[in-house]
Ligand binder design. Structure first.
Ligand SMILES: *C/C=C(C)/C=C/C=C(C)/C=C/C1=C(C)CCCC1(C)C
Length: 250
């Protein structure tokens, strides 16, 4: 039994990829329990935000469960599962932006623009990674650039565009500083993914498309980034919700 466990998680440290799939799964699960329970202790208008935080980490936990299994059984990277996870969870992060900025006047169109940009980013990234059997650099670069257009739109919105402007007109300091924190996540936390993509086979960073890392090792980048971004994002939202709830309950 114990050796079975060791095989599954590879805690002997022989395979850090496998280890991060397992810890990623546990962390996402624990974060979901936290957000969903804490939902009960915040003021009514923040409950949906915490529910969405719990959904983001919950959806990721389920995907990690299957990705860990897939990786353990095949030793290969679960590209499709990864992108299905992102295509569900990243739009939910756009919903978080909308919910936080709704009191400052955000309209559904604001949310949909972010969602469309993030879906473009992910669909193009999937084509770039999944349909590149010969590790062609031109394929990787073209789809990487198209994907980056979507990324840059979200980045722009958070730092200078609509999200930034709505936050500036908010009358809540915690919403203002929270949106600023989320903007940092989008800049620094989300940047880990395209860096990983570029370091993989076909990517810009390796010589002649060989990649600095094997496809399987890209999971290290993605697993660490997911934990930072999904749980971190949720904690920022949680912080805003509890700060604002204290005011409401006072
Ligand atoms: C929870 C999952 C998150 C926050 C995933 C975010 C993913 C990205 C920001 C991916 C971006 C990519 C590019 C900007 C270009 C290359 C392809 C991608 C999809 C890795």
């Amino acid at each position: 039994m114990y050796s079975l466990f060791l095989n599954i998680v590879n805690v002997d440290g022989k395979d850090p990829v496998s280890f991060t799939f397992f810890t990623g799964y546990m962390a996402m699960l624990a974060a979901s329990v936290f957000f969903l329970f804490e939902r009960g202790s915040v003021d009514g208008k923040w409950k949906t935000s915490l529910l969405v935080s719990g959904l983001i980490t919950g959806i990721a936990a389920v995907h990690y469960y299957y990705m860990r299994d897939f990786y353990g059984a095949t030793g290969e990277t679960p590209v499709a599962l990864r992108y299905i996870d992102w295509t569900l969870t990243v739009p939910l992060m756009c919903v978080e932006f909308y919910l936080l900025l709704k009191p400052a006047g955000a309209k559904p169109a604001f949310m949909w623009k972010l969602i469309v940009a993030s879906v473009l980013m992910l669909v193009a990234g999937y084509i770039g990674e999944a349909f590149n059997p010969t590790a062609s650099t031109s394929h990787s670069v073209i789809w990487g650039v198209i994907s980056s257009l979507g990324y840059v739109y979200v980045l722009y919105s958070a730092w200078a565009g609509e999200a930034k402007q709505l936050a500036a007109s908010s009358n809540s300091d915690s919403v203002k500083s929270g949106i600023q924190a989320l903007a940092w996540f989008v800049l620094a936390g989300w940047a880990i993914y395209p860096i990983g993509y570029m370091a993989g086979p076909g990517g810009w960073l390796g010589p002649d498309g060989a990649g600095l890392f094997q496809t399987k090792d890209l999971n290290l980048f993605y697993n660490i980034a997911d934990a930072i971004n999904k749980i971190g994002f949720g904690l920022v939202v949680y912080n805003i919700a509890t700060t604002e709830s204290k005011k409401a309950f006072a």
